[in-house]
Design a protein around this ligand. Structure first.
Ligand SMILES: Cc1ncc(COP(=O)(O)O)c(C=O)c1O
Length: 355
């Protein structure tokens, strides 16, 4: 029995899904969505708020402000409500409606940025807004998940040791990259251990986190329109970029087996399967991290009209063909589809899901 009096005191740390029956190659998926914030971001939020309180930055009357694509905002809402702080979340039109409603239900205020910055995208526009707010009113305290070392330290102290305890023979770890807090915390932890573990970062096509050309990204959580300040690539052994259409297919493939995960899990699983297919992986012990669950994506990733408007009518056809078949080698060569919806139309679709 677990009895708690603070919501952040509960977090399921030892749940893994064996993906062999669904995808073929051996991969254990660590589920981080079972806590009162519904995502891995509860760890970073807890650590950042506790560090700010310890450092005397968070004083009575302070208002926490943070830029978030949704999950950190929900996690900070949980902690702010629990500890009696006010919280303003600055997000953008790609944030899920349910994440916004959750934050408001928990007593937080939400500001939505509708226009991306010409040079730095939505993330740049959100950060500009937060900076202006803090400059104008010193009651605002920006935790700055993008540069705050407490973000990666949370995973160095919790996520990585939990994986090491369950998988002492771990060979390869797949971690999605947003702020890169999860990635850097795990990578630093495993670099210090005697047994080598290959840490593979999984990013979305269109993200510039590891270089590359900026492009349209509609799924929140992973990817960045500016280089993450926390990222130190010397700790990362490999990087895989995943098309959002492949993310969608992985999510639906999992859902058809009863595992409803969020978008970034689809990205990480898709990237991991591609990596495992390219390497001699039959004897490897491999783990991937699933940052959240799928309920927050019912009106996007799991909604046919949204999917077809953004990724084209055929986006799931490859998956449907293979749904009843055993794990298919064709998975490794999954088709690319033209992403032919103009950016403006996508934003309108994303915005419509708010009303
Ligand atoms: C669903 C989801 N996946 C992945 C991430 C990325 O985690 P990190 O910021 O630690 O790189 C986030 C971060 O917000 C997220 O919300």
């Amino acid at each position: 029995m677990s009895v708690i009096s603070d919501p952040q005191a509960f977090n399921e740390e030892n749940l893994y899904v064996d993906l062999r029956p669904i995808f073929g190659p051996s991969l254990f998926l660590k589920c981080e969505g079972f806590n009162f914030a519904g995502s891995i971001k509860l760890k970073a939020a807890t650590e950042m708020v506790e560090a700010a309180a310890r450092d005397g930055v968070l004083t009575p009357g302070a208002v926490i402000v943070e830029s978030s694509s949704g999950n950190l905002g929900v996690a900070l809402s949980v902690i702010a409500a629990s500890k009696g702080y006010r919280f303003l979340c600055v997000t953008d039109s790609r944030c899920n409606l349910s994440a916004r409603l959750l934050m408001e239900a928990l007593g937080s205020q939400v500001h939505i940025i509708a226009e991306p910055d010409a040079a730095d995208g939505f993330l740049g526009a959100r950060i500009n807004y937060v900076r202006a707010l803090c400059a104008a009113d010193d009651r605002y305290v920006w935790l700055n998940q993008y540069a705050n070392p407490a973000n990666w330290k949370a995973h160095y102290c919790t996520t990585a040791p939990a994986i090491a305890r369950q998988f002492p023979q771990l060979d390869v770890l797949f971690v999605g990259a947003g702020t890169t807090g999860t990635l850097m915390g795990c990578a630093r932890y495993f670099r210090e251990r005697l047994r080598p573990v290959r840490v593979v970062a999984v990013d979305s096509v269109g993200s510039v986190a590891f270089g590359g050309t900026p492009g349209r990204r509609m799924i929140p959580g992973l990817g960045a329109s500016i280089r993450p300040p926390l990222l130190d690539e010397s700790y990362v052994d490999d990087v895989i970029h995943v098309e959002e259409a492949d993310t969608i297919r992985a999510c639906h493939r999992l859902a058809r087996r009863g595992f409803l995960f969020g978008g970034s899990t689809g990205t990480v699983v898709s990237g991991a399967m591609r990596w495992l297919a390219r390497h001699d992986a039959s004897d490897l012990t491999a783990v991937a991290i699933a940052p959240d669950l799928g309920e927050r994506y019912l009106d996007t990733i799991y909604q046919t009209n949204w999917l077809q408007a953004i990724y084209g009518r055929d986006v799931l056809s490859v998956e449907r063909q293979s749904a009843s078949a055993p794990p298919d080698p064709g998975w490794r060569n999954s088709q690319r589809h033209d992403l032919d919806v103009p950016l403006e139309a996508c934003h309108q679709i994303a915005l419509r899901s708010w009303s």
